[in-house]
Ligand binder design. Structure first.
Ligand SMILES: NC(=O)c1ccc[n+]([C@@H]2O[C@H](COP(=O)([O-])OP(=O)(O)OC[C@H]3O[C@@H](n4cnc5c(N)ncnc54)[C@H](O)[C@@H]3O)[C@@H](O)[C@H]2O)c1
Ligand SMILES: O=c1ccn([C@@H]2O[C@H](COP(=O)(O)OP(=O)(O)O[C@H]3O[C@H](CO)[C@@H](O)[C@H](O)[C@H]3O)[C@@H](O)[C@H]2O)c(=O)[nH]1
Length: 440
């Protein structure tokens, strides 16, 4: 099939690449000329495991192309995916300006039947707005054209995006147009061949499903983070509690890790947006407000542990910091806990020597190096001359480090671990003082 994807970010590029892998002819459109240039030169603008290979294979096969030319992109695909950003507006609601601009561009340019698929995360009712925006642009041209709008929220996780897209748990499609449903079934059947996992529902329910999923996952994390604080006070071990409750299939083992708070481009903004929708509907959500408040506090838990040891004034102190990205296997720094931690430690006078396996470039773009923030060339280099080590992101290369090297490099032989990477008894036996999350 011929498919157009509007937006070549984390979702758009993965969608385009994976659809072309199944034989579709995909043209990806972005307004960001630099991104398209990188893609046309054989690179990708983000770090996402396995994505470069899929992109290269399909570009070479002639099934995947990139453009900034709106007219060319709109005329290409019968199916037009909208996968542009929906950042939070000042009041927390999702800003739809990119989605509606993309819809208008399609309406202004299309000349034949299109299925317009919203893949961006959008509030309930956006399908109607997209429908109206496209119809308005067609009406302005004084012509009549047939089109269908549907919702197809995306559930991939950064760092595992290609795998998640190629083997989805489910494909949610919100649609009321039979032609759109048939085309979406054809498009997704190769991804769900062993078991049909496509769920067709009305557009509003599909839009709501996406927010409900992220809100539920964020709730689990905040709940565990809150329990971890209580565990610490009571002398219980949150890791054992996690295993104890996760083994109940009604609870399940996933997304129960206490840590330094959730970040990323999705949970923070989607929890906020759903809370705003609830408030606007006259049903303010106490749950979501608590989920967000607990997470804001959790991003400061490591700072509080440092302050408990060193006092409020951290001038003259240097901390090594491992892990900048909001999670491993990505270079995404959006809402990363490391940003809050570095800002708070700097504010108290501390100097940071940070290292991340892939997010250094992006981190130095959003937090330029300064007298108080240096980017180290490696994990060991970050330790040089530091008082203590702070671990924020659980990259694999931090899991089994040279404990002797850490101990010898750190002045205070102290580790603050926001991801519970090490067995407390083991790391203490190696001569390091160890502070982690919710463990004695
Ligand atoms: N990042 C994720 O893991 C993830 C997962 C599921 C859903 N989502 C949702 O998907 C949407 C996209 O997220 P993302 O992380 O891929 O965003 P992103 O910011 O990485 O990419 C968005 C891209 O759209 C482009 N763009 C904006 N307006 C355009 C227009 N009119 N025409 C062409 N290109 C345009 C931008 O230049 C940018 O490259 C959001 O609604 C997000 O909530 C994201
Ligand atoms: O047990 C856990 C699991 C995750 N996290 C944190 O939660 C955040 C989000 O992690 P993850 O969900 O793995 O990454 P995202 O790429 O943000 O993916 C989420 O957001 C996407 C965008 O909407 C959805 O598509 C995905 O289904 C949803 O998992 C990160 O900061 C993690 O460190 C924890 O603290 N504890």
């Amino acid at each position: 099939m011929k498919v157009t994807v509007v937006g070549t970010g984390y979702v758009g590029l993965v969608t385009g690449a994976c659809l072309s892998e199944m034989g579709n002819h995909v043209l990806c459109l972005d307004l960001d000329a630099d991104k398209i240039k990188t893609l046309n030169e054989g690179g990708i603008p983000i770090h996402e495991p396995g994505l470069l290979e899929v992109v290269r294979n399909n570009v070479a096969a002639g099934r995947l192309q990139f453009t900034t030319d709106v007219e060319r992109a709109v005329s290409h695909g019968t199916i037009q995916f909208i996968a542009v950003g929906t950042p939070p507006d000042e009041d927390g609601s999702a800003d739809l300006k990119y989605v509606l601009a993309a819809a208008r561009a399609i309406g202004r340019t299309m000349t034949d039947f299109k299925v317009i698929v919203d893949k961006s995360t959008v509030p309930v009712g956006t399908g109607d707005k997209v429908q109206a925006a496209v119809a308005d642009e067609i009406a302005k041209r004084g012509i009549k054209l047939d089109f269908a709008v549907c919702s197809n929220p995306e559930f991939l996780k950064e760092g595992a995006a290609v795998k998640d897209f190629m083997s989805p748990d489910r494909v949610v499609v919100g649609a009321d147009d039979e032609r759109a449903i048939l085309l979406m079934r054809a498009l997704y059947s190769p991804f769900t061949r062993n078991r049909d996992r496509m769920m067709v529902m009305d557009i509003k329910s599909a839009e709501f499903t996406k927010y409900a999923a992220n809100a539920m996952l964020a709730t689990r994390i905040s709940f565990m983070n809150e329990l971890s604080r209580l565990a610490e006070v009571m002398g219980a071990d949150i890791e054992l509690v996690r295993q104890g409750i996760g083994s109940d299939p009604r609870i399940g083992t996933h997304f129960l890790y206490a840590g330094a708070g959730y970040g990323g481009s999705c949970f923070p903004k989607d929890v906020k947006a759903l809370a705003k929708t609830s408030a606007d509907a006259g049903l303010p959500s106490k749950m979501l407000e608590a989920v967000e408040a607990v997470n804001d506090e959790q991003k400061l838990v490591l700072v509080n542990k440092v302050v408990a040891k060193y006092g409020e004034d951290l001038s003259g102190r240097t901390f090594a910091l491992w892990g900048l990205a909001f999670k491993p296997n990505t270079d995404d720094m959006r809402e990363a806990p490391s940003r809050v931690i570095i800002e708070e430690l700097n504010r108290r006078g501390a100097r940071i020597q940070a290292y991340d396996p892939v997010a250094m470039h992006e981190a130095s773009r959003v937090m330029p190096a300064s007298a108080q923030l240096a980017y180290a060339s490696g994990a060991s280099a970050a330790l040089e001359g530091a008082d203590a080590l702070i671990i924020v992101t659980e990259w694999k290369e931090f899991r089994t480090p040279d404990f002797d090297g850490i101990r010898d490099a750190l002045k205070d032989k102290r580790v603050f671990d926001g991801r519970n990477l090490y067995e407390p008894a083991l790391i203490r036996a190696m001569g390091l003082e160890y502070h982690c999350i919710g463990r004695p």
